[in-house]
Design a protein around this ligand. Structure first.
Ligand code: ARG
Length: 441
């Protein structure tokens, strides 16, 4: 019994991931992680998840870091790392350490990706890892009188070569080193390489594996979704972000603002975290997008289907008055919708009675799985704004049978049918016996 419950659950969540499986096929993901992932052995379980993505048709570009390896290498040689403004100053010795570290880390990554033991999650995997001089670099140069020497930044990503390898079904592994046209080698940051690669390749996702849960607010609560603008604000004012987030969030913002639809920061310490983030709606980390995911705006004729799907169950229950598709199409301009991607998850309608200086709020609905998140308030706010813009509307009324409390908590006062505009009184449905509430704007 227990086992079959378990299996039923498995089927549920496997089905739930179908939309993502479809959506990800043929898409390009850039996944970036620090050298810690290789150092602490967690890359081993990560390979299983990367392998799964590849088998689903994801075009995968990996970007690895080497910070801890370079530190260790330098310590061993008795060299002291030098930083300015958090950026390493790479002298000749440090560059040697960087080159050695990159070599070491690459070999370990390639080895882990080559596993294919029978009965292991990697069985049957035939992953080929491509490498090459994909990244052209330029020196950081002299800043504030400090010569950064062999510390560089990305000048160009060879997208043709990378796409060629991806087309051949290979995984591309990028290291934080770049070459200059004069044949010099430069030490780069993984976040710089990953971000520029994602932007240049027009990747569909950029994922950073971090040492923390994601971006958190002042109370330590995870911020699951952020617009680029909001993320930038946090970066500007927050004082307690972890070092990883400070390094990676600017890359996520830059990517989101430059055509990468979604950039994710997730916790590298959660086994399977990448799968949780990619194949569930809520994810486990922070997702940065150019625009807020939820947008509120006036409805258009294209929203009719979405609105109907949203309100029909409520009409069946008798919470909302029935509206035909024809009526909805005619009145579509009165509607405000709350959209999440292409899905209508909330709506509300506004019917003005200008000669009475009143307006009716009607058909307020929020998709059940998005309730209790203040979206109703958002809709109400937007409706009030629209009402004010219509002219001299001083009072908002609503007829409701079930949700009186919600309106009372938001400043509506009980009123009677006689308080309604005459025109509305004539159509009042005495069988339905809705209660009248009025809010003074
Ligand atoms: N699985 C979806 C995706 O990969 C949604 C992820 C949502 N993540 C989040 N942190 N809110 O695009």
């Amino acid at each position: 019994m227990q086992n079959s419950d378990h299996l039923a659950e498995f089927v549920d969540w496997f089905r739930a991931s179908a939309p993502y499986i479809h959506a990800f096929r043929g898409k390009t993901f850039v996944v970036a992680f620090g050298g810690e992932v290789v150092q602490d052995g967690s890359f081993y379980s990560l390979t299983h998840d990367l392998n799964l993505l590849v088998s689903l048709g994801v075009r995968l570009v990996l970007v690895h870091g080497t910070r801890p390896q370079i530190e260790a290498e330098m310590a061993e040689k008795g060299l002291t790392p030098e930083y300015h403004d958090g950026i390493r100053i790479t002298d000749g010795d440090a560059l040697e350490c960087a080159k050695q570290s990159v070599g070491q880390v690459r070999v370990e990554i390639e080895a882990a990706l080559s596993m294919g033991l029978p009965n292991s999650p990697m069985a049957g995997a035939d992953i080929r890892v491509a490498s090459g001089n994909y990244v052209t670099a330029q020196p950081m140069g002299v800043r504030n009188g400090i010569d950064f020497n062999y510390t560089g930044k990305v000048r160009k990503i060879n997208t043709m070569m990378i796409n060629g390898s991806l087309d051949d079904g290979e995984i591309v592994l990028l290291s934080p080193l770049g070459y200059s046209p004069t044949g010099e080698v430069f030490n780069l940051t993984l976040e710089n390489v990953a971000t520029e690669a994602a932007v240049a390749l027009r990747a569909d996702k950029l994922v950073f594996l971090t040492g923390s849960v994601g971006v958190v607010n002042r109370h330590g609560e995870l911020l699951s979704e952020l617009s680029a603008q909001k993320a930038q604000k946090i970066l500007d004012v927050a004082t307690d972000l972890t070092e990883d987030i400070r390094l990676y969030l600017p890359g996520a913002i830059r990517a989101a603002r430059n055509g990468v639809p979604r950039a994710h920061l997730i916790n590298r310490r959660v086994d399977g975290g990448l799968i949780m983030e990619l194949f569930t709606r809520e994810g486990i980390g922070t997702m940065v997008t150019a625009e807020p995911l939820e947008q509120i705006r006036q409805a258009t004729i294209d929203d009719v289907g979405g609105i109907l799907a949203l309100i029909e169950p409520l009409e069946e229950e008798g919470v909302l008055v029935k509206r035909s598709r024809e009526l909805l199409e005619m009145e579509i301009n009165q509607f405000t919708v709350l959209k999440r991607y292409d899905m209508v998850i909330g709506c509300v309608a506004l019917y003005p009675y200008l000669e009475n200086n009143m307006a009716e709020l009607a058909c307020l609905a929020v998709e059940p799985e998005f309730r209790d998140r203040g979206l109703g308030d958002k809709l109400l706010q937007e409706l009030e704004r629209r009402a004010r813009n219509l002219g001299d509307i001083r009072r908002l009324f609503v007829l409701t049978t079930r949700t009186a409390h919600w309106f009372i908590e938001r400043g509506f006062k009980p009123a009677s049918v006689d308080d309604l505009p005459l025109e509305k009184q004539r159509f009042y449905n005495y069988q339905r016996r809705s209660k009248v509430f009025i809010k003074t704007l």
